[in-house]
Design a protein around this ligand. Structure first.
Ligand code: FAD
Length: 392
């Protein structure tokens, strides 16, 4: 058993660090929810990453990738999260691999190059008002009409439609088929007549959409990915790619380092009363959990490197990582006391500590146990696939 990265891996890690140090402002706040205000800047940095082929380093060379080993991919993801840069979007992370596997030659030609060059972006329309965990219960309809499909329905949560070139979605194309059959996977232009979108804010400060598809007419040959009525199988491959593994460990590591630096700058490391001893122990506990999370994520990388496809193991990291972020959000606020609660956008901003990030994380962390498949669903998967217990 070896728990070390090679000298080449470490050299690559340094190269990625140097890149982010050079490209990002020293006071870069970053993070998922800042994408709207920072959109143009983020895209300019992503273009530089794509020129190095780092965004698609796992892809085959013929599609603009590097066929990089898993260790290199892990390092890039780890350093991007540590530097709070949202490098991997849905096109690169999971739609691209799905098109590679199921798309026609024309669709591969149309989408893969532009995705690899960070030229196009996507809105994800899977969840609906009454279909989230039970995604196969979706009601958006796709009705065949000659060479076209006519799509009608409502999608909830997927964000940034206005900034996207395309919407990829699941729709029910055969209402008479059993629930998991009769679903088709589409990629349609975001400006297709009949698409309308409303925005709403989430607790973390980001924006989500409710998107209405009102009799959107699209050409079947151009817009259906994979086989008609086989979209469910394509979507499950795609969702397996969506599960983020290393980001929680790396992002929390950065947050912990900043909190400890602040703790020392305030001279609190010299205090040994009951309060400070309790807080020190809480920080130490978080350090253990970050390390555990990192090891769970590395195990996924190891499984992939020996050609195995992780299933319940990815759910383990998803649960542990998201709940670690939630536990840490509580601890960070406790450590900072009342000052930890100040919103950096308010008039009290001069009293903000640690750049206001703990307060922001405290609001934002709630979503992590829901996005990418709710943790209860992931636990069911571990019970079934990991422990061999029957499905609930
Ligand atoms: C910030 C954010 C971003 C998102 N982005 C996107 C996006 O880009 N595209 C997209 O399509 N969707 C997106 N989603 C939607 C996300 O995938 C769903 O919220 C998620 O699948 C849960 O579905 P739901 O909200 O309908 O909750 P429900 O499925 O109604 O679940 C509600 C609660 O019941 C629990 N529950 C449900 N079923 C079971 C069960 N069988 N056993 C035990 N407990 C159960 C759940 O765990 C949860 O706690 C996003 C959500 C959020 C919060």
């Amino acid at each position: 058993m070896r728990f070390v990265f090679s000298a080449e891996d470490e050299a690559f890690r340094q190269e990625v660090r140097d890149f982010y140090t050079k490209e990002l402002p020293s006071d870069w706040y970053g993070g998922y929810d800042e994408r709207d205000e920072q959109h143009a800047f983020i895209e300019s940095v992503r273009k530089k990453l794509s020129a190095k082929k780092w965004l698609t380093m796992s892809w085959p060379k013929e599609y603009g990738g590097l066929e990089a080993p898993i260790s290199t991919q892990l390092i890039f993801a780890e350093e991007s999260a540590y530097h709070r840069f949202y490098a991997r979007d849905s096109g690169i992370g999971y739609l691209g691999p799905a098109i590679m596997r199921h798309g026609t030659p024309e669709q591969k030609e149309r989408f893969l190059g532009p995705i690899a060059r960070a030229e196009i972006s996507f809105h994800q329309g899977f969840s609906e008002p009454d279909a989230g965990s039970d995604l196969a219960g979706l009601k958006t309809k796709a009705t065949r009409d000659g060479d076209d499909f006519v799509i009608s329905g409502t999608k909830l949560w997927g964000g940034h439609l206005q900034l996207s070139d395309y919407s990829f979605l699941l729709a029910r194309s055969d209402p008479t088929a059993p629930k998991h059959k009769g679903i088709t996977f589409f990629i349609i232009p975001a400006k297709t007549p009949g698409i309308r979108c409303e925005e709403f804010g989430n607790l973390g400060g980001g924006t989500q959409n409710i998107v209405y598809y009102d009799n959107c007419r699209v050409n079947a040959k151009e817009c259906v990915i994979g086989e008609v009525n086989q979209g469910w199988y394509l979507a499950t491959t795609l969702l397996n790619h969506e599960r983020v593994v290393i980001e929680h460990a790396a992002a929390n590591q950065r947050q912990l380092e900043e909190l400890v630096t602040l703790w020392k700058a305030q001279g609190r490391d010299k205090k040994h009363d009951a309060l400070h001893n309790v807080m020190r122990n809480k920080l130490a506990e978080i350090a253990i959990q970050i390390e555990t999370c990192r090891m769970l994520a590395y195990r996924i990388g190891w499984l992939q490197s020996i050609g195995q496809a992780p299933t319940f193991e990815a759910s383990e990291v998803k649960i542990f990582g998201s709940e670690l972020t939630q536990r840490f959000a509580q601890v960070a606020i406790q450590v900072l006391g009342l000052y930890g609660q100040i919103d950096r956008h308010t008039a009290l901003r001069k009293y903000v500590l640690a750049n206001g990030r703990p307060e922001h994380y405290y609001r934002q962390q709630i979503m992590y146990s829901i996005v990418g498949g709710a943790n209860e669903i992931q636990r069911g998967l571990i019970a079934n696939k990991g422990l061999g217990l029957p499905r609930a």
